[in-house]
Design a protein around this ligand. Structure first.
Ligand code: FAD
Length: 512
């Protein structure tokens, strides 16, 4: 859209749009309560965007109606499925004045096949809900979960190309048959789902012709109203493992050794290398009583390391039976020989119940309260409790050498800004690691919101300069896009103009 086009357009008519939304979804599902709007405008870092209303459609037809209304009245809308995008902007839209299109009412599980191991869901279905649903039915399958909130949306997470804990670490790699509503109100289905009576739609990703699925992930080109997830079969033998190293040189060596085990299939799915600060912040809050002020002094970090080590390595081995499991144990034990904390295994999980086999847990959310002076609550909600929390996640080739280069930056930059380097390397595939850095702070501490943003910008820039680019860009990344060397920005603008001629869907979110 050119500047002239924008000027020639009439301005948005919010009141007319609200009246039409009420007509489309019912009075009770258009919320303009100031407290609700205030909550929707709050993230785990500073934001300025205002949300004038929250609209909650019940089905695809209502989503189509809402987008047609938004286009007719030129009112921007921003879709969220569960809105737990903590560390990336929560529910806050990228553009000011966007109506929140909250898809939480669309929470039906539409199809399940035990033999072919898939589950088709609407966007409001959460990890907790899917897990309970499968368990109630005595299913032998499970959905890969995340380290974030159990109440996050499976669809919202997959669209962000989230990282899972379990065999399908790359979640978007294991979905198909999307239904999406374009900003014009048109409806498209991907793969074979668009053919009437297609038998293979939920089991065949590609379909015929160009693959459209990717258009709707990390994008502002459509609202996804249905998605099929591939499930995994529970393995009867599953043991979580843990060991730790105490010096960085040993870590790089372990990265290479475990990459080899990932490539040969001994380690299937995700496993993690996580540093002492991450461990500290999951198990306890900042020790103000003994340390006084932030940031954590080296002596306190060293003390924690004495018992824990510098980097932990954890994951799970799984097998169809104990005999094969014992072989895997042996291979892993050989690879991590000489670790500072020797390899240990948890008990064989009864019924295979483990976060690595679909059981969602809130344990990791404790991290967001690291620097709070108030105790962690029973029901964590980092937006509500003014926890400062920003993720910076970049892709790194899975070698010790590359991990060393990237970690050197991510360990150094946060400290320059007075934050502890909270780091993890996640095995995303046998070829790629995600280096995930968390900036955890207290939004009630003066100046920390601004300092954390500055730190994020410096960190993401330095990582990009070294060749390590973001896997996922939240609101915090809006002003920090690195330069590109091709024509993708212009192509992205043309795509956006073609699919969203009124520019009403998530304006401000970058394409591609
Ligand atoms: C301590 C902690 C640990 C975490 N661990 C993980 C982890 O292990 N893995 C991980 O991936 N994330 C993790 N997260 C980040 C985040 O919480 C999750 O990614 C979460 O799944 C995102 O929230 P949601 O699923 O509710 O999606 P939403 O907030 O609903 O949406 C996320 C984004 O997708 C877009 N979107 C949502 N629904 C639609 C739709 N139907 N159509 C079009 N666009 C849509 C939204 O506009 C938004 O930009 C963690 C966060 C914290 C604080």
């Amino acid at each position: 859209m050119s500047e002239n086009d924008a000027k020639a357009r009439p301005s948005p008519d919010l009141q007319a749009a609200l009246a039409a939304f009420r007509e489309a979804v019912g009075e009770a599902h258009v919320n303009v309560d100031p407290d609700a709007l205030e909550a929707a405008q709050t993230a785990t870092f500073a934001t300025t965007q205002r949300v004038p209303a929250i609209v909650r459609p019940a089905d695809t037809a209502q989503v189509q109606a809402c987008l047609r209304i938004a286009a007719a009245h030129r009112v921007p809308v921003y879709p969220v499925s569960a809105g737990r995008n903590w560390g990336y902007g929560s529910r806050v839209p990228p553009g000011d004045g966007s109506v929140l299109l909250d898809l939480g009412r669309m929470n039906r599980i539409l199809a399940h096949d035990e033999q072919l191991a898939y589950l088709t869901v609407e966007p409001g279905v959460t990890f907790r809900q899917a897990h309970a649903w499968l368990r109630e039915r005595g299913s032998t399958t499970f959905i890969t979960t995340i380290g974030g909130s159990p109440d996050a949306s499976m669809v919202g997470n997959a669209l962000e190309r989230g990282d899972g804990r379990g065999p399908h670490a790359d979640i978007f790699q294991h979905v198909c048959a999307l239904e999406a509503v374009l900003p014009t109100g048109e409806r498209v289905e991907t793969g074979h789902a668009r053919f009437p009576e297609s038998r293979a739609a939920p089991v065949f990703r590609w379909g015929l012709g160009p693959v459209l699925d990717g258009l709707f992930s990390q994008s502002s080109l459509g609202v996804v109203t249905r998605m099929t997830f591939w499930l995994s079969r529970k393995q009867p033998w599953l043991r979580e493992f843990f060991c730790a190293v105490n010096d960085d040189a040993q870590l790089w060596d372990m990265v290479d050794r475990l990459q080899a085990l990932a490539l040969d299939g001994t380690l299937r799915g995700s496993f993690f290398f996580w540093n002492d600060i991450k461990a500290f912040s999951v198990t306890q809050q900042f020790p103000y009583a003994s340390v006084g002020r932030t940031p954590l002094p080296d002596w306190a970090r060293d003390k924690f390391r004495e018992g824990f080590g510098r980097w932990a390595i954890s994951g799970a081995l799984s097998a169809p039976d104990a005999e094969m499991g014992a072989l895997l144990e042996k291979r892993l034990a050989r690879a991590v020989e000489g670790a500072f904390r020797p390899l240990s295994f948890g008990p064989v999980a009864p019924d295979g119940e483990s976060p690595f086999q679909g059981v969602p847990t809130e344990a990791n959310l404790a991290m967001t309260y690291w620097r709070k002076r108030t105790p962690r609550p029973e029901d964590p909600d980092p937006d509500r409790d003014r926890c400062g929390f920003i993720w910076c996640s970049v892709a790194v080739p899975f070698t010790g050498q590359e991990a060393k280069r990237a970690v050197e930056i991510a360990d150094r930059v946060p400290r320059l800004f007075g934050f502890e380097p909270n780091l993890a390397l996640l095995a995303h595939s046998p070829r790629c690691l995600y280096l995930v850095a968390a900036l955890a702070y207290d939004r009630d501490a003066r100046g920390e919101d601004a300092r954390a943003q500055a730190c994020y910008r410096a960190l993401s820039r330095e990582l990009a300069d070294a060749g390590y680019h973001l896997t996922r860009a939240g609101l915090q990344a809006q002003e920090a896009a690195p330069p590109v060397r091709d024509d993708s920005p212009e192509v992205g603008r043309r795509l956006k103009a073609a699919l969203d001629p009124e520019g009403i869907l998530a304006p401000g979110r970058s394409e591609p």
